[in-house]
Write a protein that binds this ligand. Structure first.
Ligand code: FRU
Length: 498
């Protein structure tokens, strides 16, 4: 039994951010400023279920270890503070800066409470910080953008500098209409309508937490595409909450998608696997990217949970964690740009190699690795040459409880099966098998898997496909087994680091 289990925090992640106490959902206000990454988030300061929505705050220098800070923007009797973004207002367009120091400006959704004259509405508001994120003041002229809508939320703001000029752009959602609405502003205070995108592709739930950013293809700055992220819940690819994305162009006014498969509200379930998904698992939601990240990196983080069962996951005084931070890039495959994701790696700097294996044919069944390769925080890198007709992969667990990451070469599908991973009974939809079609490259499958007490994150083929799932094993110390069934194939290499 690991010692922390006795302290009632056996599921508290080591590599992932969770609030010290109480509830957390969406990442908000992701911004880099003066060497510090700020992670604000939807937080209930008073309980371990959703409510009293306020912006919690954590800071990090390396995106791996986070220091919790005091609540940044608390709710009050007038409004709950729903999701949004933050920018470094470098040119002090807002006028909130003092002494030549650029202010940080948060653009959040005011979800007006019964005590407000605007009760029932959602509109966009500003808060600003002149001490680099430590303390925040609300703008006296709030809200800055009100469409008299009950479901207008989750503004993501960025500085656009292109053919149409230089100004702030906001993407937000009309959640029930499956629309992303775009606005522009010179000063973050006065907003002018630009365009609307959607409905398109997955529309099986409300559209939430959009993001829009430009990425070079294969690192070439003269060849770029824009990515529009649209989270939706339910209606995600694996059931419940999920994140879809579109690849296309943005001319400063409208986003045009090259990857729209279905338009309008007729959600066609048979096309779901043809849409772009940020993750094929159950627990990667509300993912958005950091503003102002150094070296032009596009870094995203998601809430590692699912609205289907988030209120009932086992709680130990805190509930819910963030995913690892992921760097997203575009690479061309078969003449088309595709999104790849790589986790900011927790073991690179301080990991210890627990096990390394070379090429071998796997015996049929499960071969457990020696006990030294077990642990509750592990990174597993494995490369396989799957056989012509069978399954090959990894078994993660102990005591008869396990999550299974397996590739089926007959159907060309990678699965993460958590049906027997431990406590799955707390919600009827939790026990599940996640699936994604994966093409072998030179006959090989490469997976990188992060296990952190109550989560499994799988990055396949260099991040071409990812699967993120929560698991609640009775004993979070995970043993690693190698699985082969039928003509399973060959293990090329494996390392376990922890
Ligand atoms: C997404 C979401 C947002 C909203 C926030 C409220 O998970 O529903 O649309 O702003 O959570 O906590």
């Amino acid at each position: 039994m690991n010692p922390t289990a006795e302290l009632g925090c056996r599921y508290r992640p080591v590599w992932h951010y969770a609030a010290e106490r109480n509830w957390l959902n969406d990442p908000n206000g992701l911004v880099y400023s003066n060497g510090v990454y700020h992670l604000f988030y939807q937080h209930n300061p008073y309980g371990d279920v959703w409510g009293n929505m306020s912006w919690g705050h954590a800071t990090s220098a390396d995106l791996l270890t986070w220091d919790e800070q005091p609540v940044a923007i608390p709710c009050d009797e007038q409004e709950a503070i729903f999701s949004g973004s933050a920018v470094v207002d470098i040119h002090n367009t807002s006028g909130f800066g003092v002494g030549g120091v650029p202010p940080l400006v948060a653009i959040y959704t005011s979800a007006y409470a019964p005590g407000s004259p605007l009760a029932g509405r959602q509109a966009q508001s500003l808060a600003y910080s002149t001490d680099d994120g430590a303390t925040w003041a609300k703008y006296a002229g709030n809200p800055v953008l009100d469409r008299a809508s009950a479901d207008f939320r989750d503004p993501k703001v960025f500085w656009y500098d292109g053919e149409s000029g230089s100004y702030w752009v906001m993407v937000a959602v009309e959640a029930l209409d499956h629309e992303v609405v775009l606005y522009k502003s010179a000063d973050l205070k006065a907003w002018e309508y630009l365009s609307t995108f959607g409905p398109a592709n997955a529309t099986g739930g409300v559209w939430e937490c959009p993001d829009l950013f430009e990425l070079p293809v294969d690192g070439d700055p003269s060849n770029t595409r824009w990515i529009l992220v649209v989270n939706l819940s339910p209606g995600g690819i694996a059931g419940g909450s999920g994140g879809q994305y579109f690849i296309g162009t943005f001319d400063g006014v409208a986003f045009r998608s090259d990857t729209t498969v279905t338009e309008g509200l007729q959600s066609d379930d048979s096309r779901m696997a043809d849409y772009g998904w940020l993750d094929w698992g159950r627990d990667y939601y509300a993912a958005v990217s950091f503003s102002n990240a150094p070296d032009g990196r596009r870094l995203m983080i998601g809430w590692m949970n699912n609205w289907q069962y988030a209120a009932s996951t086992p709680s130990e005084g805190w509930r819910s964690a963030m995913s690892l931070v992921r760097e997203v890039r575009l690479v061309s495959r078969g003449g088309r740009p595709v999104l790849v994701q790589e986790a900011v790696d927790p073991v690179e700097s301080h990991g210890r190699e627990l096990c390394a294996l070379g090429r071998r044919t796997l015996a049929d069944g499960v071969t457990w690795l020696p006990a030294e390769s077990s642990g509750d925080v592990l990174r597993i890198d494995a490369e396989f040459e799957p056989g012509a007709g069978g399954r090959i992969g990894l078994v993660l667990g102990s005591g008869g409880e396990h999550a299974v990451v397996a590739y089926d070469s007959v159907i060309g599908e990678l699965t993460l099966d958590r049906t027997a991973s431990g406590n799955v009974d707390f919600h009827e939809t939790f026990a599940s098998v996640e699936r994604v079609a994966v093409r072998l490259e030179d006959g090989r499958l490469k997976v990188r898997v992060f296990v952190d007490r109550c989560s499994v994150e799988v990055f396949a083929q260099g991040g071409m496909a990812t699967i993120t799932d929560l698991v609640f094993p009775r004993d979070p110390s995970t043993a690693v087994g190698l699985l082969a069934e039928g003509d399973g194939g060959i293990l090329v290499s494996l390392t376990v680091t922890g």
